[in-house]
Design a protein. Structure first.
Length: 328
């Protein structure tokens, strides 16, 4: 298995980072795979995939480059630069790390990704980092940027949920839940980052970054011993923008917007998560929660610095009863 030996200073200094470039790379990987993990992602693909395919058809060398850079088990390193983590950066700032890669490094990295020789005309090209940056700029502009405000809210809500779990359950539980089935805490400072038979990597003093993305994609990257990143997919309840549908009868009783808040509280969520999931403003969500609290339909609790809301027994009964009525 692939595991890292992580020093206590690195773990103590780790942090969550929102990265527009990582979100764009994850979107590119989703377009490349042409398959979605949930209804929201599949709807996004239906809308965006034809234009993406047309873009690559117009630039055959770019199409070859993307196929080589997204390998079966490994990405070309220059596709997935590690965020700096010192401050939040724009996509335009981050993508310069791709463009600035020395062109002579590109082919060896592609060979690792494909697991063998890189075919012509990629081998002879002298502008591969520049080309890949151009593909990422197109994916950002055409498929991510139009929806970036919502995506950003989802990413920030996921960070709130993860940090709340960290405060409540500790690092071992939080890391086990980050990438279920792939990542787990092994003890003695060892973190399994994937199930593949890669050599262990020691990481004692550098910065460790956790980077959420909304597509169901993930990877690891590092910049020497200075910093490493684990890119992980947001929890499905957040990443799927479709979410549960409030029964019509419940909407008639409470109002559509308030019912939309209530139906999402089967599991505890923060105000910021509800803003991301419903698309409603912070003030509106806050007012709906107050009414639901006063009515005894939800309860409020604290996890670390986060305030989380969930159904009371009365709230659960109401939602399920209205749902059965709608299906009758």
């Amino acid at each position: 298995m692939g595991w890292w030996q992580i020093g206590t200073d690195s773990l103590a200094g780790s942090r969550f980072v929102v990265s527009p470039l990582a979100e764009t790379v994850a979107a590119l990987k989703t377009l490349h795979a042409a398959s979605g993990a949930h209804p929201g992602e599949r709807a996004w693909l239906t809308a965006r995939l034809p234009a993406y395919r047309a873009r690559l058809a117009a630039e055959p060398l770019d199409a070859l480059l993307v196929r080589a850079a997204i390998g079966p088990t490994w990405n070309a390193d220059f596709l997935t630069p590690t965020p700096t983590g010192d401050r939040e950066r724009s996509f335009e700032e981050e993508v310069e790390a791709v463009r600035a890669v020395e062109p002579t490094y590109a082919v060896p990295q592609l060979e690792v990704a494909v697991g063998g020789p890189v075919p012509e005309p990629l081998r002879s090209a002298r502008d591969l980092p520049h080309r890949l940056a151009g593909v990422l700029e197109w994916v950002w502009r055409e498929t991510v940027l139009p929806d970036w405000a919502r995506r950003r809210r989802v990413l920030e809500a996921d960070v709130v949920a993860r940090t709340a779990q960290l405060a409540r359950d500790g690092w071992a539980a939080a890391l086990d839940e980050l990438c279920p089935g792939k990542m787990r805490w092994l003890g003695d400072g060892r973190l399994q980052v994937n199930p593949r038979a890669y050599p262990p990597r020691r990481f004692d003093g550098g910065r460790l970054l956790f980077v959420p993305v909304t597509p169901n994609k993930g990877w690891v990257s590092w910049e020497g011993t200075e910093r490493s990143a684990i890119v992980y997919a947001c929890s499905g309840a957040l990443a799927d923008a479709t979410g549960p549908v409030a029964p019509q009868a419940l909407g008639a009783l409470l109002g559509t917007a308030r019912a939309g808040v209530l139906v999402r509280l089967e599991s505890p969520k923060s105000t910021s998560q509800l803003v991301a999931l419903t698309g409603q403003g912070l003030g509106s969500v806050g007012r709906h929660l107050k009414v639901l609290l006063d009515a005894g339909l939800v309860r409020r609790g604290r996890a670390g610095r986060s305030v989380l809301y969930e159904w009371t027994e009365a709230g659960a009964v109401l939602v399920r009863a209205r749902g059965r009525a709608a299906g009758a």
